[in-house]
Design a protein. Structure first.
Length: 116
């Protein structure tokens, strides 16, 4: 049974930083892409960033380019999201995702609140 566990969310002031982590338990078969999505109240879930775990290729949403950085620990199937220059509009539940051609796993989410 594969489980993704996020950590690192919390309350931060505008302009501050947070680092999210997502660890994987269990075995994932096949090349996978891991990423972060977010969902704010009343809005649809949206991609923040993802990374190809083997090759390190990344994709970022326009609204986080230059502020957020996704990185990985390939050996441990762990992904990180460094979030800098946070804005109130970044407030959302952030979800970790791991996807292959065979599977699609989600974490339980971690709340990020940006407020003064």
């Amino acid at each position: 049974q594969v489980q993704l566990v996020e950590s690192g969310g919390g309350l931060v002031q505008p302009g501050g930083s947070l680092r999210l982590s997502c660890t994987t338990s269990g075995t994932i078969f096949g090349a996978n892409t891991m990423g972060w999505y977010r969902q704010a109240p009343g809005k649809e879930r949206e991609l923040v960033a993802n990374i190809n775990m083997r090759h390190g290729y990344t994709i970022y949403a326009d609204f986080v380019k230059g502020r957020f950085t996704i990185s990985r620990d390939y050996a441990n199937n762990t992904v990180y999201l460094q979030m800098n220059s946070l804005k109130p509009e970044d407030t959302a539940v952030y979800y970790c995702n791991s996807r292959t051609i065979y599977s699609d796993y989600w974490g339980q989410g971690t709340q990020v609140t940006v407020s003064s």
